[in-house]
Design a protein around this ligand. Structure first.
Ligand SMILES: [Fe+2]
Length: 296
């Protein structure tokens, strides 16, 4: 850890404080936003999946790292924390100026195991065709420490201030610091920040984290949230989560279903489905759509 350090703020900090630091440094750590018990609750809810998840099979995903995806459908506590007022208030301030509404882009656990090497350094902005530097913030990543992040177990490597760099600048080793933080703390960074998973040099310590990223409502989500939570599942979520995962229109007319708000489909999901079956049954050849509707 030799670069300039990441600013830590207490969980009592305001969304304005976090937004100001994200603007200045591109990253910030909120100390102990969750209690340890809350972290354990998330781990317990996800254990049936995490314990069956194989390690990755490539340099990018790691050979000793387990990633369990689709957490919205797997953990009620994750759904609750995706509505965390401090995190959402900060996203409102950081992403809000660039869209009418933002969405969950992806969610996963990232458990870095002993012997894992450091992930290649990158910007999450590489997914989108934007040039940098830019004032626009279209995507924000959050890493929630479900276990302590240490220099030895793979704490995320970050270059504070690199969100201001142009596309050609490459980070030197001495510019990185590590997001060392307590269990329950949350690291936030914007999409132009250079970062990568750290190496786990321990013999037997896993670095468990909850990853959740957020993207402006007019860009495609990384993880297909409609497959993670199809309508018959999503209809049981709160409206806030339904909107967050993308069941809403973004101005002027992105993401409609039958030219309507997708939320309306979820409202009367069963009725809508049955009505469609009747409607399509009156036709001759209903093709793929009618078969799909009937199967639903
Ligand atoms: Fe990344």
């Amino acid at each position: 850890m030799i670069g300039s350090s990441i600013e830590h703020v207490p969980a009592t900090a305001s969304a304005d404080d976090l937004a100001a630091l994200l603007d200045r440094d591109g990253c910030v750590i909120v100390d102990r936003l969750l209690t340890e018990a809350r972290c354990d609750q998330i781990l317990a809810e996800l254990d049936p999946w995490m314990s069956r998840t194989p390690t990755g099979e490539g340099e990018w995903l790691g050979f000793e790292t387990r990633r369990t995806h689709g957490l919205v459908a797997k953990s009620p506590t994750v759904r609750e924390e995706l509505c965390n007022p401090l995190i959402r208030g900060t996203l409102d301030l950081v992403l809000g100026p660039w869209c009418d509404s933002y969405q969950l882009s992806a969610s996963s656990t990232t458990s870095i195991g002993p012997g894992e090497s450091a992930q290649e350094v990158h910007r999450d902005a590489l997914m989108f065709p934007f040039r940098h530097p830019t004032e626009r913030v279209a995507y924000v990543t959050t890493f929630w420490a479900l276990a302590p992040f240490t220099a030895e177990n793979g704490a995320t490597r970050v270059v504070p201030g690199s969100h201001r760099w142009d596309d050609d600048r490459v980070a030197r080793d001495d510019e990185f610091t590590q997001a060392i933080m307590d269990k329950g703390s949350v690291l936030l960074f914007t999409y132009a920040v250079h970062h990568g998973g750290g190496a786990n040099t321990t013999a037997d310590v896993w670095r468990h984290a909850l990853f959740a990223s957020f993207v402006v409502g007019w860009l495609r989500q990384e993880e297909n949230q409609y497959l993670v939570s199809p309508p018959d599942v999503a209809q049981h979520y709160s409206e806030d989560i339904q909107r967050l995962i993308g069941y809403q229109v973004h101005r002027p007319f992105l993401g409609w279903y039958d030219l309507q708000e997708p939320l309306k489909l979820l409202d009367g999901y069963q009725e809508t489905t049955e009505a469609n079956v009747d409607l399509y049954a009156e036709g001759e050849d209903h093709g793929v759509l009618s078969k799909r509707v009937k199967r639903l």
